[in-house]
Design a protein around this ligand. Structure first.
Ligand code: BGC
Length: 803
């Protein structure tokens, strides 16, 4: 662990400035409000160098779901890769004393440094004391926030104290010359995403820019207003390249503190005031910004919003080593998707709203959905809506590949088209390596699973009779069109796909990408087909009929779905272990001592040596084990029974051991999945994985992938493991199932959830799980504790023993 690092129950603290760790901290301590997202980069570096970062520093400012698709030439091919746009950097701020140099941390003698992320209040502070020149001591306190109360507002505030006062020059910048350059190996796909339409500045410290995407299809306006607490000379303005630079001077009396505040607002498209003259547009924005209330009120409203959000995801536990990471994970979940996101067109970003993976959307919401649906169902709807808005595109993708229904892309951005980069640059060999991971067709099943989780938690039938139902049926239809009947086996097969484990893209010695019968994919396809039928049974006839009519689902199709769902092939090895895909066991055995910490990336390392992970029985992340993660034991039993593989449930422990000995955990998702999957098989090992997964980003090495963005899927997954696997809270159609399976080390923990509009508290102490219904609930909750069903009345508490 980083020795400069410290935590309290609600704070992450760095007591030392460590340039080599800055990029990681910028991502870890990033602030967001579900609409805007700001990396925690130092404003003085933006302002004093008038450039965009360096190896140790990368300012990034993003609008959730705001992508650009400008084409680039990559490896000789023209490719339009969707990427979250790095917005103009409005936070540049520095100062100089008398005629001295502009302040930045590299040029002063630092005496004290403390950076604190307050998770409760959603603020980031830096407190520093340093010497400027041989004699001038300066104390600087910085506070920043991305307002949870005002979705378009960010504030940066500096309190500058120079004991003996003097003349201070303040420089405040707005840099529109930024590029997307956060991930070096993606440089060929990235670069400049915006072009400046116009700048505007005003004498009272206002600066604003209007910019557009390459094809002028979409516009963004960023305005910053710098306020000083003391009279200053008029702001001098200069445009340097694409950077607007404002400077003002004031006399700081001895013993007084100069307060500098930067209020920043961002508008896109329809939110930008309309005027043919961009100067007028920007001046209207600045005027609105100027009228925003003072910092104390902004902070108070912001903190009050956070307070309310925490109330909806309350969790108490005595263990500090659990409390802090789980709080950090909830914090980032709500920073990515918050009540401010309602009505916005945005999915669930794998790496938060930062540049990692181009800010794109994968399947990672599957790890967040059970938590979101039981705490913030309205936000879970936003995530489903993102998919629904792209259903037509998914239909088109299916048609183009010769299938029916909806084939969702593995990676998506704005349009919902497939956005997996066709080539990845291996930073070790500098080779362009083809990327076939878009063959991960299992993403569609994940979307169906998400919709179903939302239904189970809310009982919202209209979800099934409308958008959610359409998604599930069209995904089922896709699977039914993708399978092929194999007469020798008398079963349906799914060929040419890739499972969650991205180390296997193709069979050894072939150039044809894709593998046959990935067990996870096939079982999930069977589950989706059966779900489509269950859904139609569950809906009242008229709603089921209307849904089928809308989609043209025929009785014959339903018969097909039923048959396929019962006769999909699942590969099993000679000893009864479920095979990740057909032929996995024929690959070379893993090298005796491969590292299970995912470093260095094995696929890169082998590729650089002319070899491939495809050749080995090695997996990047949990694949078959995903089934144990997603489904409670009885449901998995039902699934395998439906498919006619029930006897292999007896080998599930051996199946788990087999894969655990072959995983590198290079994906951040892997350990959290293993924790959930093992909860009922091997509690101790599960706990070990869980604890490791809590430290994924907190203890990540400075030079690791977190520099590019947090690992939001793994963060959300840890909340899911605690709630669903350990406390055993599993919503089902009729009842809330309660099947606690806490590891021995987990005790004294409680959390609140919402199930079908009923607020419940769940508390674990001494292996007794107490479930209480809020007295304000308007109706009973149906609870199923293993085989016992009962009603929990408002105000009632029950105590259940953990088996
Ligand atoms: C994993 C995927 C995941 C993606 C984004 C990849 O490394 O293999 O399963 O969806 O990261 O988190």
């Amino acid at each position: 662990m980083n020795d400069a690092f410290n935590t309290t129950r609600t704070e992450i603290i760095f007591n030392e400035y460590k340039p080599s760790d800055e990029r990681r901290r910028e991502a870890l301590l990033a602030l967001g409000n579900g609409v805007l997202s700001m990396r925690a980069s130092a404003p003085e570096l933006s302002a004093s160098r008038l450039s965009q970062g360096d190896d140790q520093h990368y300012p990034g400012f993003y609008r959730a779901g705001w992508y650009d698709d400008a084409p680039r030439r990559v490896n000789g091919t023209r490719i339009a890769m969707t990427a979250l746009v790095n917005l103009p950097d409005p936070f540049g701020l520095t100062f100089a004393l008398d005629d001295d140099l502009w302040f930045n941390l590299a040029s002063v003698k630092l005496q004290r440094y403390r950076q604190v992320l307050s998770l409760d209040r959603g603020t980031l502070r830096r407190d520093m004391t340093f010497m400027m020149g041989p004699t001038r001591e300066v104390r600087l306190s910085e506070t920043r926030l991305v307002s949870m109360a005002d979705p378009d507002l960010c504030v940066l505030r500096w309190e500058v104290y120079v004991p003996d006062g003097g003349c201070i020059r303040v420089r405040s910048t707005l840099n529109a010359g930024v590029r997307n350059a956060g991930v070096k190996r993606d440089a060929a796909y990235e670069g400049r995403r915006l072009q400046t339409i116009g700048f505007h500045s005003e004498a009272d410290g206002g600066a604003a820019v209007l910019a557009s995407l390459h094809d002028r299809s979409r516009e963004v306006a960023v305005a910053a207003h710098t306020r000083l607490s003391m009279p200053a000379g008029p702001w001098q303005q200069a445009v340097m390249g694409d950077c607007l630079c404002l400077e003002a001077t004031c006399d700081l009396p001895e013993g007084r503190t100069l307060i500098i505040e930067k209020y920043v607002t961002v508008r896109v498209e329809g939110e930008i005031p309309r005027h043919e003259d961009s100067g007028v547009t920007l001046s209207i924005m600045l005027d609105q910004l100027r009228r925003r209330s003072d910092f104390d009120s902004v902070l108070q409203r912001h903190a009050a919003h956070w307070h309310r959000l925490w109330g909806r995801m309350a969790m108490q536990m005595t263990e500090h080593h659990l409390a802090l990471p789980l709080r950090l994970h909830r914090f980032h979940v709500l920073q990515a998707l918050s009540p401010n996101s309602l009505g916005q067109d945005m999915g669930w970003p794998a790496r938060g709203w930062q540049e990692g993976y181009f800010g794109q959307i994968f399947w990672d919401e599957i790890f967040a959905m059970p938590f979101l649906a039981t705490h913030f169902p309205e936000l879970a709807h936003t995530v489903v809506n993102y998919r629904y808005a792209r259903l037509d595109m998914a239909r088109a993708l299916a048609r183009r590949s010769g299938y029916r229904g909806a084939m969702f892309p593995w990676r998506s951005g704005r349009t919902g088209g497939e956005e997996t980069p066709p080539y990845q640059c291996n930073p070790l060999s500098h080779h362009w390596v083809p990327d076939h991971t878009c063959l991960q067709r299992h993403v569609g099943s994940a979307i169906a699973y998400d919709v179903w989780q939302l239904y189970l938690a809310t009982g919202d039938r209209s979800l099934l009779s409308h958008n959610g139902g359409e998604l599930i049926l069209e995904i089922a239809r896709f699977w039914a069109s993708m399978v092929r009947f194999n007469p020798e086996r008398g079963r349906y097969v799914i060929e040419g796909v890739i499972g969650p484990d991205e180390y296997h893209n193709a069979y050894p010695n072939t150039d044809v990408p894709g593998l046959d019968n990935n067990a996870y994919t096939n079982v999930m396809a069977s589950w989706v087909l059966a779900l489509a039928l269950e859904l139609l049974d569950l809906l009242p006839d008229e709603e089921a009929d209307a849904l089928q009519q809308r989609l043209g689902v025929t009785p014959l199709e339903r018969v097909d779905w039923d048959r396929i769902s019962r006769t999909l092939y699942v590969p099993v090895q000679g000893d009864g272990v479920i095979s990740q895909f057909e032929g996995f066991d024929r690959l070379e055995s893993p090298p005796p001592k491969f590292r299970q910490d995912g470093r260095p990336r094995l696929d890169w390392m082998l590729e650089a040596q002319g070899d491939k992970t495809d050749n080995y029985q090695l997996t990047k992340q949990a694949d078959v084990l995903m089934l144990l993660y997603l489904f409670p034991p009885r449901e998995l039993e039902r699934l395998l029974a439906r498919l006619g593989y029930i006897e292999h449930l007896a080998e599930i422990r051996r199946t788990a051991d087999y894969y655990l000995a072959r995983i590198t955990h290079e994906s951040s998702l892997s350990k959290v999945v293993c924790a959930g999957a093992l909860a009922r098989l091997d509690a101790e090992r599960s706990w070990d994985y869980f604890r490791q997964s809590l430290r994924t980003d907190l203890d990540a090495p400075s030079d690791s992938g977190i520099q590019e963005g947090i690992h939001l899927g793994a963060m959300a997954g840890s909340l899911d493991v605690l709630q669903r696997h350990y406390l055993g809270i599993v919503p089902s159609v009729a009842c809330l199932q309660v099947m606690p399976a806490p590891p021995a080390a987990l005790d004294n923990v409680s959390l609140d959830i919402e199930y079908k509009g009923v607020r419940l508290s769940v508390a674990l102490k001494d292996r007794i799980l107490s479930l209480s219904s809020d007295p304000r609930n308007s109706h009973d909750a149906c609870i199923e504790y293993w085989d016992n069903r009962f009603s929990l009345k408002p105000g009632q508490v029950i105590h259940l023993t953990c088996r």
